[in-house]
Design a protein around this ligand. Structure first.
Ligand SMILES: [Zn+2]
Length: 127
């Protein structure tokens, strides 16, 4: 049973207690029950926000683990990185040293007039 199911059970229990308070015609008790119910609803909303934030953070962790995993498979040769083993979705290299070192990104580079060029670094330079 998840935490949201537990909160759902508490809300259902509060409804039963509220029904009993109405039968007893106890206005003070009904007021306390309403306050408790509003508190539980606020808690449920806060839990939903925390769950969303948790999912967001888990996504970031997965992304960082993937980057760390890729870094462990890189070797530096002639001022460019190369993969030491295949990684799905990537060539073997060469990859931009600046993009990997500064931002952890695997960006392909190409040779032109004896120099390596990275499309991302060129775009960063002219922004
Ligand atoms: Zn670059």
């Amino acid at each position: 049973m998840g935490v949201f199911d537990s909160v759902g059970n508490v809300i259902a229990g509060m409804k039963k207690v509220s029904d009993i308070a109405q039968k007893l015609r106890d206005v003070e008790l009904q007021g306390v029950i309403i306050d408790l119910s509003l508190g539980i609803i606020a808690l449920k909303e806060e839990m939903a926000k925390l769950r969303e934030e948790n999912l967001h953070l888990q996504g970031k962790i997965n992304e960082m683990e993937k980057k760390t995993d890729i870094r462990s498979k890189l070797v530096l040769r002639n001022s460019a990185y190369y993969l030491t083993e295949p990684v799905q979705g990537y060539s073997q290299g060469p990859f931009c040293m600046t993009c990997m070192d500064e931002d952890g990104l695997l960006m392909s580079v190409w040779n032109k007039n004896g120099f390596r060029h990275c499309g991302r670094c060129i775009n960063k330079r002219f922004k």
